[in-house]
Design a protein. Sequence first.
Length: 219
Amino acid sequence: MRAGKKLLAAVVTGILAVSAIGCGSVKFDPQENSIFVKENRTVVSAEFVSIDNSEFDTPRYDENEMRTFLEDTVKEYNQETCGEEAAYADDAEGDLRVSVEEFSVENNVAKAILNYASAEDYLSFNGTENEGCLKDLIIGTVQNGIDSGLDFSGMVNAEGAEVSAEDVQDDSDYCLVAVTGSTRMVVDGKVRYMSAGVTLADENTVVTNGDTTVYVVFH
């Protein structure tokens, strides 16, 4: 099943973004489409889209209908992936692969925030083939990268200065995220190293562009 952005777009032409979520000292309070990668390898997605019923003679966007559609889509995904019968996070939050943290419509903006048990669930739920979707997302440690033979050359530190592969590998317990596609990504810690070409928005946030796989190390 491919749910997520493009299927939900049938209701709102996209789905959207969220309130503040804290994990450790990092607060996730996005103002635009973003993902939040946590140290425990779970993911939060935040998306938003403008809706305006004034464009139509009869209102087409109903908040309750949109919320029901989203919750039903999440329920279907959970049933298909783990046999979970619960529809919402309130029923069995710890057992769900995807859960709805928030959905609301205010001032002609629909906003949603979803929790994912893993990067794999994020990719499976949202799909990887449609425009605007990430092609790949892998979360692990620098040691995992070393074990898989990843090439750490050409990376830079948070100040933008080039660092050697050995410098990165020395911090083998740091979190490593491999991203393919364009996104704004908040990480549950400070960005320490990143691929050249990745933009550092602040100490916890990077912006990636294009379909080249890039790496971000944080701690």
